[in-house]
Write a protein that binds this ligand. Structure first.
Ligand code: F6P
Length: 462
């Protein structure tokens, strides 16, 4: 009987080594792996993922990479190969390309070091392909997640034509002009790699259209595509919101902001999230509408991500510096008002508390595959909070185009964002309530299980 084989870079378990040599397992971090983990838990599904360092590799050797109710297939990759594939190609080249983050006068640079990394990306895809070829049953549906595996489709289609191959991309897809920045042979290999999949899925129509346009401008026919936005796991969020930790974090945050209004955001520390422009918009709001001074606090959560990348560390420094500068320039310590409260630790209870209490939720990414926070916020919020949402987030199609719940912003327009924050803070209670209800209805219409059933369905399985 054919089954389901899931593939993602980050798996459900990762290990760290303690000083005494003990290996300690931690559950999946990151939005996708934790969502998948909840969906697949106890289902017996086969799930292949890649070792992320020496502790993971040792856990594999010692037989610890194991979880009840799942059939884990760890793919062992050396540190050098992983760094070249994950850091250089996946997260600094493809991530930057699909999110339109290249600083074109200076980056990217496709030099001999980069070409070496490209070989690493190929080897990484090949290692995963070999593991699947060895383990997949006849006719299995292989459901591959994300841009780490752009070459895997062709490798598997050639080696195992019996498999039903689906790719789901959790990022945007670059417009042809940005895709054209990649060297011709790389662009061609990526397009051919993805054409090996029987179907490619996206969170919204805009990224699906970008994908098709890249094939068209190369004179190629794209593979079949589908659109299936991920939804939040409402049950899990409700449980978290009912916990003692949530109550304590909410109480602490209320005390910290001293009864003032809250503009919240919660992101990974990630250049595409546009945290600096969000802070500059808040600064401009305080300058152009000084009546908000002392009345509102921007509570920003930016938890660590991809710390091996210099670009991410530099962006984090920029975020921290910007918050400090604005607080020094505009804060009123004597009145106990700090304009921006920035937290750079991963503290889920505290960030969910901020989503629950906020008057405004700011989600202004430069580009974003979906943005799950834009969907979690309306479910958790207890204050009829207004969602200020970038038109470049995948969630825009469901939360703004299909209804009138969110207020839209152009993520590059700092002054426009400041004015939209002003409109959100000034909105009357009836309109806030109407928009919040419309957002909740839009979000509740789509669960994580719906997303998964669409992905499984695209393989003709389930
Ligand atoms: O949004 C794309 C994505 O790769 C998700 O799939 C993932 O949850 C998130 O970015 C974090 O990525 P990483 O595993 O590199 O921390």
């Amino acid at each position: 009987m054919s089954g389901i084989f899931v593939v993602s870079n980050r798996g459900p378990l990762t290990f760290r080594k303690e000083r005494d040599g003990a290996l300690v397992a931690a559950p999946a971090g990151g939005g996708l792996a934790s969502s998948l983990h909840r969906i697949l838990a106890g289902s017996g599904t086969t799930w292949a993922s890649v070792t992320m360092g020496a502790a993971d590799r040792e856990a594999v050797t010692r037989g610890l990479m194991h979880e009840e109710g799942l059939d884990l297939v760890p793919v062992v990759v050396a540190d050098d190969t992983y760094r070249m594939a994950y850091d250089v190609v996946a997260n600094t080249t493809l991530w930057y390309c699909h999110h339109h983050l290249f600083d074109l006068p200076a980056r990217p640079r496709f030099d001999r070091h980069w070409w070496e990394a490209w070989e690493g990306y190929r080897a990484y895809n090949r290692a995963v392909a070999d593991a699947i070829v060895a383990r997949a049953g006849d006719g299995d549906a292989v459901l591959v997640q994300d841009y780490h595996f752009s070459l895997l489709g062709r490798m598997l289609a050639d080696a195992r034509p019996d498999l039903r191959l689906v790719h789901f991309l959790h990022t945007p897809f670059a417009a042809p002009a940005m895709f054209g920045v990649l060297p011709d042979v790389v662009a061609a290999e990526l397009l051919d790699g993805m054409a090996g999949y029987a179907a490619c899925g996206f969170h919204c129509h805009k990224w699906e259209a970008g994908f098709a346009a890249c094939y068209e401008s190369a004179g190629l026919k794209p593979p079949a595509t589908f659109v299936a936005p991920l939804g939040p796991d409402a049950g899990v969020l409700e449980e978290e919101a009912a916990s003692a930790a949530h109550a304590a974090a909410s109480e602490a945050l209320r005390a910290e902001v001293g009864g003032r209004r809250i503009i919240a955001r919660a992101d990974r520390m990630e250049p595409s999230k546009n945290i600096v422009r969000g802070m500059l918009a808040f600064e401009e709001l305080l300058v152009t509408h000084p009546e908000w001074r002392g009345q509102v606090v921007h509570v920003a959560f930016a938890y660590p991500s991809r710390q091996g990348l210099a670009e991410y560390l530099a962006y984090g420094a920029d975020v921290e510096h910007t918050a400090q500068r604005i607080n020094r320039a505009l804060g009123a310590p004597a009145e106990g008002w700090t304009p921006i409260v920035l937290s750079v630790r991963d503290d889920r209870a505290r960030s969910l508390a901020a989503l629950g209490l906020s008057d405004v939720l700011l989600v202004n990414p430069v580009r974003d595959g979906l943005n799950l926070v834009a969907k979690e916020g309306p479910l958790l919020n207890r204050a009829d909070g207004v969602l200020v949402l970038s038109r470049e987030a995948g969630a825009w199609e469901e939360l703004a185009l299909a209804g009138d719940g969110a207020l839209g912003v152009n993520p590059f327009d700092v002054s426009g964002t400041a004015e939209t924050l002003h409109a959100a803070l000034s909105m009357g209670t009836a309109e806030r309530a109407r928009r919040a209800a419309s957002l909740r209805a839009a979000v509740q219409g789509r669960t994580s299980a719906d997303w998964w059933s669409d992905v499984v369905g695209a393989a003709g399985a389930g």
